[in-house]
Ligand binder design. Structure first.
Ligand code: ADP
Ligand code: MG
Length: 488
């Protein structure tokens, strides 16, 4: 039987406001537990929430960026449930009248094709606190702790239609949303800090079948890789059950990235289980056209526009432009380096190659390019030394490694390690003469061969000379000196 996967995502994005969505508490990441929660966050009697306008603006910016209608009137609802880290006993969220209406996001697939993913809506809501089951002294006595610092942190929840058909599309969509919110500057997008969390809804159906199958929701995935793994696991599980004649239970599941397994968390609840009702403490949000126009006028450059500009301005390929335009830090790094060394293609190669390899290898120590020990100016300096023939591209890799280890900029490393390319024909002549003298058989062969065969044979000698010079000989000069010598 041939199965088709259907995926819809719910994405929680933490908004980069300084204070919470309904209170003046700070939202700084990593603060000592319970130092950033005030009476409003703790739901003390007599306190009232006040909407943070910056959170509203950020949500509107997102809506404008994906060409969604912004609802001129939206309201906040109470979603009632008990959770130890939810002191109010309800989450303040938007249900019937969310701020952002339906929209579309275009993704690009590895085969170069484009696909539209529809957004059902996006709404504003508050985050809950956090239960801590480890790292606390009390843990030894079998207790858990509650940290309410995160309670009331502003989020937008972006809900897609079930338009994705495999994990590649789901990841491309998630990456695109990440690119949009970070380009807008409405979120720091730090997934390792929980600034972006994905709930993945997955179902399968037989190819050609019209109705969707029953779905499960795997909650709170905080990396693209985990998302991909969780989808693969869930698709396999559902197909196994269905092929054995079983039924899929609609449920919420948790993925454990450490041992790559998932388990059921709870059977799926329905909206009416939560007894949603409009929050009487908060006024409806009413905005007018001029308010929207003012926000629209200040929208920063979006990933698609940036990609087009990189192609037009710097002559980048579609691939390079797309890989460099998604993350605004990478984009800024690229432009800054290119403006200093004037070689967009080389800069693109270094960023997509050595720099991303180093960042990936550095694990969590370096989470983005702004923390790269080789700055954009440093990279441009290195590229300039390749272009003016001070060093070869091969030696440049060695220099780059030293720069990454903070041994100084390109000039300093080249001088300290004596890596300057040897372009002194006197010095190179000695090397050439040596290699020619110690390989009489190859020289003899060469001299007896036809010119077209000779071209291939010369590589052997060049290789020997480059090796003897530890890669520092100027390859062009070696070639001409060698030809002269062999023709003697
Ligand atoms: P609920 O209101 O019960 O949470 P929604 O209709 O709002 O359900 O859908 C929640 C998410 O699940 C959306 O992202 C949607 O695209 C996705 N979804 C809905 N049905 C399916 C399905 N059969 N297979 C995969 N994803 C689905
Ligand atoms: Mg839902």
């Amino acid at each position: 039987m041939e199965w088709e996967t259907v995926i819809g995502l719910e994405i929680h994005v933490q908004l980069a406001t300084k204070s919470k969505i309904f209170s003046t508490s700070k939202t700084t990441f990593g603060a000592e537990a319970n130092t950033q929660a005030n009476a409003v966050d703790l739901a003390m009697p007599g306190t009232l929430p006040v909407l943070n306008e910056q959170a509203l603006r950020y949500a509107i910016m997102f809506g404008l960026a994906i060409n969604s209608p912004i609802n001129k009137r939206s309201i906040f609802d109470r979603k009632n449930y008990f959770y130890p880290d939810l002191p109010k006993g309800y989450q303040t969220t938007q249900m019937d009248e969310p701020i952002v209406g339906a929209g579309v996001v275009e993704i690009q697939l590895k085969n170069g094709e484009y696909k539209d993913i529809r957004i059902h809506h996006a709404h504003l809501e508050e985050d809950a606190g956090k239960s801590l089951h480890e790292g606390l002294g009390v843990m030894n006595h079998g207790f858990s702790g509650i940290d309410l610092n995160r309670a009331g942190t502003p989020l937008i929840e972006i809900v897609s239609e079930p338009d994705m058909r495999n994990s590649e599309e789901a990841v491309a969509f998630a990456r695109k949303i990440h690119a949009i919110v970070t380009s807008l500057g409405i979120s720091d997008g730090e997934m390792s800090q929980g600034s972006m969390r994905f709930d993945v809804n997955v179902s399968v159906r037989l190819k050609g079948q019209k109705e969707y199958g029953t779905r499960t929701e795997t909650k709170n995935l905080n990396s693209f890789k985990f998302m991909e793994e969780a989808i693969a696991l869930e698709v396999e599980r559902q197909i196994d059950i269905l092929e054995d004649g079983g039924n899929i239970a609609q449920e919420t599941r948790l993925y454990n990235a450490d041992n790559k397994t998932a388990r059921s968390m709870r059977s799926k609840e329905e909206a009416n289980d939560y007894r949603y009702f409009p929050c009487p403490d908060l006024l409806p949000v009413e905005i007018d056209e001029s308010y929207l126009k003012a926000i629209a006028a200040e929208l920063p450059e979006l990933p698609d526009a940036r990609q087009a500009r990189f192609i037009a301005t710097y002559g980048l390929s579609d691939y390079d432009a797309s890989s460099l335009s998604g993350d605004r830090h990478v984009a800024a790094f690229f432009e800054s380096a290119t403006n200093t060394c004037d070689d967009a293609k080389l800069v693109a190669n270094w960023i997509n190659g050595d720099i991303s390899a180093k960042i990936n290898a550095a694990d969590s120590k370096i989470s983005n390019i702004t923390q790269s020990p080789v700055s954009a100016e440093d990279l441009a300096g290195l590229i300039n030394r390749i272009k003016d023939n001070t060093i070869s591209g091969k030696i440049a890799k060695q220099v780059f490694d030293c720069m990454w280890n903070e041994e100084g900029d390109a000039d300093k490393v080249i001088a300290a390690k004596g890596l300057k390319q040897v372009s002194d024909s006197g010095a190179l002549d000695v090397l050439v003469a040596d290699v020619v003298a110690s390989n009489p058989e190859q020289v003899d062969n060469y001299r007896k061969s036809e010119p077209d065969k000779r071209k291939k044979m010369i590589g052997f000698f060049v290789g020997q000379i480059m090796k003897a010079s530890k890669g520092q000989a100027n390859p062009g000069l070696v070639n001409s000196l060698l030809l002269k010598k062999l023709d003697e």
